[in-house]
Design a binder for this molecule. Structure first.
Ligand SMILES: Cc1cc2nc3c(=O)[nH]c(=O)nc-3n(C[C@H](O)[C@H](O)[C@H](O)COP(=O)(O)O)c2cc1C
Ligand code: SF4
Length: 620
């Protein structure tokens, strides 16, 4: 009907113009507009790709126009300060203000509903203190490491050249050099822009081994040795998985794969590069640790760790067990949350795969404590860390250091237009199109990157002082409160094992570590008790001296986290536990009982015609 209507309109307009032209010839100029529209309408009506345009020629474009600017309409007209996703406007504005060095205070009080379930806060102290000196640094490097790294508390999380533009990489590295923190290269290898400004680097090795890869795509030890010996490379991170797409492998869309990127990665330009979902250099937890030890040796003793998003918890237990058995430990583990960001990932993976960050940090911390390994390994937390409170919370519930990806993207000027995967980033951050990257001024942006990191750390130290603490090592789960329903609030201690974290269990391991690995933890034990002096602290410390035996823990387990820690204790001590260090997960012994309500294949299902390539389900 619309097609007929369009045709009639066209004929009418052309007839009217023709008649008017007899009286007043300049009216023929109207054809400059009418003819292209007529051609577009006819093309819409004849094409077969878009049903909407075929049925509604010309006017169907209005719908596509709005669809194209939906993120902008949402962002500028619809969203409130605190309900936008992935990152709320409130935090985006905070990063912009800190990055620009503008006033970052707020007027009139919080906009959050503090009585809403899920609201969290940190507890302050009446013995608040002014922050003193520079934010402390954390030493990363266990006993096998000969070149430990003194890390800042907040570093740039992994983002590869390829996902990021050359100018974005340059600005981030420049910021890292100014601020004295580290930039993670991401899995795309090291490029000139990573080295130009002299910022510290964490070299990430993904499943594609970009930068240390044989032509067949396998790990090349010699290429790795050369890369790792670069002075800028301070640590090496083996990427096992990433929160936004765990088990998927990296994706570099073909449109972003320029000649330069292809040369650095050793692939063909223009083709979509999919890194394999898992590593070819090892295939078991023990293999992973042997590979870590090999990387450490090849790098000349630099700290080597791995990054993962927690999936099957048994996989992590199996790694812990392999550490206990082999005595090989990574120097750090980066724990990424399922809510993490990415340049490109399938929606199902981003939405529905991987443990959320806070659960994962607590889990990894407790598992390592239980296995008696926590004192040798630093935990780096990543996943929506944009403010000082986010850092305080992450450190309180298990982490030692924080890493942020999207926080630093905002400091570069990202406006969250969500086009990182199609090479049309309007701010030149995640595009390889020179027309768009032109606008990103490296000089200005590197200063912003440094100011954001510095401003956030400054706020972190202020919060720490307000909590009456003098060192990040004193942060403990009981400092963080959460509203769990209308009438109840809980500290995070009830959701972590009560003998976990610095205030309690960490003392057992870290007390000895402090002396060895620096002063951070040593200051903890003394000053924390002095500053708070509470009975709870003393009780906590008493309990910490001896983690409960696994059976006792299991019996008295009040929370799932206690059971996790208890299980890790079992794994650490019991060599007969079913978690195997030579396989990725505990294989269940014996047949698995069918779950209540589970669908069992019927004879009819078995007889149903098969789709090509599918396997037939057998009837019981
Ligand atoms: C554009 C972009 C590219 C990324 N590239 C990588 C990568 O190469 N390797 C990796 O391990 N993680 C990568 N990530 C994930 C981040 O390192 C980080 O784990 C995740 O975004 C969570 O941190 P955030 O919430 O601070 O962004 C990338 C994230 C973004 C946004
Ligand atoms: S502004 Fe660029 S980097 Fe930021 S979300 Fe949009 S496309 Fe991605």
């Amino acid at each position: 009907m619309v097609r007929r209507w369009l045709l009639r309109c066209l004929v009418t307009v052309l007839t009217v113009i023709g008649l008017l032209a007899l009286l007043w010839p300049p009216v023929l100029w109207a054809l400059v507009v009418v003819l292209p529209l007529a051609a577009l309408g006819i093309r819409d009506a004849l094409q077969r790709e878009h049903t909407v345009l075929r049925n509604f020629p010309l006017i169907g474009h209005i719908r596509y126009g709005f669809e194209g600017i939906r993120p902008e309409i949402q962002q500028y007209l619809v969203e409130s300060n605190i309900d936008a996703f992935p990152i709320e406007r409130e935090f985006r504005s905070l990063v912009y203000q800190r990055a620009k060095g503008e006033l970052d205070t707020r007027a009139f009080g919080t906009q959050r509903d503090v009585y809403k379930v899920g609201y969290e806060w940190a507890s302050h102290s009446l013995a608040a203190r002014a922050p003193e000196g520079d934010p402390p640094r954390v030493r990363i490097g266990g006993p096998e490491c000969t070149q430990p790294y003194e890390s800042s508390l907040l570093n740039i999380s992994a983002m590869s050249f390829g996902a990021l533009s050359d100018r974005a990489v340059l600005a981030l590295n420049g910021g890292a050099a100014i601020g004295g923190f580290a930039q993670n290269t991401g899995e795309g290898g090291i490029c000139d822009q990573h080295l130009e400004s002299g910022g510290d680097l964490i070299w990430q090795i993904g499943t594609g081994y970009f930068g240390c890869r044989t032509p067949a795509g396998r790990f090349d030890p010699e290429a790795f040795r050369i890369g790792a010996h670069r002075p800028a490379v301070k640590m090496i991170e083996l990427k096992l998985s990433q929160g936004a797409k765990p088990g998927h492998g990296g994706v570099l869309p073909g449109v972003k794969n320029t000649e330069l990127i292809a040369r650095i990665r050793g692939v063909e330009p223009g083709e979509t590069v999919l890194s394999p979902p898992s590593h070819s250099a090892f295939d078991s937890p023990r293999g992973l640790l042997e590979f870590v030890a090999r990387l450490r040796e090849l790098s000349g003793g630099k700290p080597v760790g791995f990054k993962l998003c927690i999936g099957r918890r048994t996989d992590f237990f199996a790694i812990c067990k392999a550490m206990v058995e082999t005595g090989i430990t990574p120097d750090f583990i980066t724990v990424d949350g399922g809510e993490g960001g990415t340049g490109a990932a399938p929606l199902e993976f981003s939405n529905s795969m991987g443990m959320p960050a806070r659960d994962a940090w607590v889990f990894a911390h407790n598992a390592l404590v239980g296995a008696g390994l926590r004192d040798r390994i630093r935990i780096i937390a990543s996943g929506r860390i944009l403010s000082a409170f986010h850092m305080i919370r992450a450190l309180a519930i298990g982490a030692d250091i924080c890493a942020s990806a999207r926080g630093f993207m905002f400091s570069l000027g990202c406006i969250q237009s969500l086009r990182c995967n199609n090479n049309t980033c309007p701010t030149g951050i995640t595009t390889q199109d020179p027309v768009l990257t032109y606008g990103l001024d490296v000089e200005d942006k590197r200063a912003r990157v440094a100011r954001f990191q510095h401003g956030t750390l400054h706020a972190f130290m202020e919060m720490l002082g307000a909590m009456g603490l003098s060192s990040p090592g004193q942060l403990a789960p009981h400092h963080i409160f959460r509203r769990v329903d209308d009438l109840r609030v809980r500290t995070c201690r009830s959701s972590t094992a009560p003998w976990s974290r610095a205030s309690c269990s960490m003392m057992t391991g870290f007390r000895t570590t402090c002396g060895r690995n620096g002063t951070r933890r040593a200051a903890t034990a003394g000053s924390w008790r002095r500053s708070t002096g509470s009975m709870a602290a003393t009780a906590c410390a008493r309990r910490s001296r001896k983690p409960p035996p696994p059976e006792a823990s299991a019996q008295s387990a009040e929370s799932r986290w206690m059971r996790i820690a208890a299980r890790a204790v079992t794994i650490g001590r019991d060599s007969s536990s079913s978690c195997s260090p030579s396989a990725w997960s505990c294989s269940p012994t014996g047949p698995r009982p069918a779950r209540e309500g589970a669908i069992r294949p019927t004879k009819e299902m078995s007889a149903a015609p098969r789709l090509p390539g599918s396997t037939r389900v057998r009837a019981p």
